[in-house]
Design a protein around this ligand. Structure first.
Ligand code: F6P
Length: 367
């Protein structure tokens, strides 16, 4: 039986923003308009779906946005319809507003919703699809931790920022014979630290997947100092932890889809190095600089490929699928498979092996 022709699509950007979101919105909208479809941009992620906030998108809205950071639609990591924070009598209550999401989807007469987001967004999309909302997913996140795609868009831009920061830290570290510790994002995965550290020539890379030993770090920086090296650079993922310790949590916020806000390991590592080696150490937390600004050319291209293929899937009626990069090709995978597990770094990853081959330490004796 021929699939019913779609006429109206919705598009939303969920979770934390990243460079390339606008390029995807453009990549979806331009071909959709050419096909005679109406496109509705849902504002502020799932929050807009629950609260009924959307605007129709025209060519003029998506023109000239390829290189701009952020998202023209707005985003939120507090808008989970199944976990909706509401103040009641001065107290925070978590309520289920998924029915409101469904009501708005039906009221807008949407045939399909393109959800651009990370694991949280795909998880919500999967649950809403069980209530009847049709979804196509597009994998976004600087963290690159989404399973079932070789790379998410946004990651390359974050890696670029880290590598540039490391270049800058190298020169000042070298002038002062210092150890420089840089803390980067990535949540429970170390992709940003690994790829950024490798690109920026870090001497030590600490990632959540490989819990580290303090003594190995002290020995490495002390040895470099003794050999007359003028600096040591440590690139630490926010989720990295010592073998006998835990990840450092900066704050908790029940309103967020993931209540845990990581942060603080960079400062901790820097203090421990100074205390145990006597070497002068400074730390830098790169923070949201990794998420802001213009996407790299790689991310612009990947985002455009993802967007244009997502609308193709929608037109073909391939609901419940997410576009994914497999090697050099854009394929589709089931959203439910994409959220089945997290993509973490394995010790036999080529980047880990190459880093070891050029003398980078992961804070343990042997990988
Ligand atoms: O998932 C993207 C990310 O930037 C993580 O790397 C980081 O832990 C988190 O979001 C920060 O979230 P927020 O912007 O809400 O502080």
């Amino acid at each position: 039986m021929a699939k019913r022709k779609i006429r109206r699509i919705g598009i939303l950007t969920g979770g934390g923003d990243c460079p390339g979101l606008n390029a995807v919105i453009r990549g979806v909208t331009k071909p959709a308009l050419d096909h005679g479809l109406k496109v509705f941009g849902i504002l502020d992620g799932f929050e807009g779906l629950v609260e009924g906030k959307a605007q129709e998108l025209y060519n003029k809205d998506v023109s000239g946005i390829l290189a701009t950071g952020g998202t023209i639609l707005g985003s939120s990591n507090k808008g989970d319809p199944f976990h909706w924070p509401e103040e009641q009598n001065g107290k925070l209550k978590i309520v289920d507003r998924s029915n409101d999401a469904l009501k708005n989807y039906n009221a807008w007469n949407l045939d399909v919703l393109i959800a651009i987001g990370g694991d949280g967004t795909m998880y919500i999309a999967n649950r809403l699809s069980q209530m009847g909302i049709k979804f196509i997913g597009v994998p976004k996140t600087i963290d690159n931790d989404l399973y079932a795609t070789d790379q998410t868009f946004g990651h390359d831009s974050a890696v670029f920022v880290v590598s540039e920061a490391l270049d800058r830290l190298h020169t000042t570290a070298s002038s002062h014979h210092r150890v420089m510790v840089i803390e980067v994002m990535g949540r429970y995965a170390g992709w940003i630290a690994l790829n950024g550290g490798l690109a920026g020539g870090a001497d030590i890379i600490l990632i959540p997947e490989i819990p580290f030993e303090w003594d190995v770090i002290y020995d490495k920086v002390s040895m470099r100092h003794m050999m007359g090296k003028r600096f040591s650079i440590v690139c630490v993922a926010e989720g990295a932890k010592p073998i006998d310790g835990k990840m450092i949590t900066k704050a908790r916020d029940k309103k967020r889809t993931d209540p845990i806000q990581l942060g603080g390991i960079g400062e901790f590592v820097a203090k421990k190095i100074t205390h145990n080696t006597g070497l002068e150490t400074r730390f830098t937390v790169l923070g949201h600089l990794q998420r802001g600004g213009s996407p790299t050319p790689y991310d612009r291209i990947l985002s455009t490929k993802f967007g244009t293929n997502a609308i193709k899937l929608a037109i073909k009626g391939q609901y419940g699928k997410m576009v994914a990069l497999k090697g050099t090709e854009i394929k589709s995978v089931k959203i439910v498979d994409a959220i089945s597990k997290q993509k973490l770094i394995r010790t036999n990853d080529q980047a880990v092996l190459s880093a070891c081959a050029v003398g980078v330490s992961f804070g343990i004796e042997k990988i």
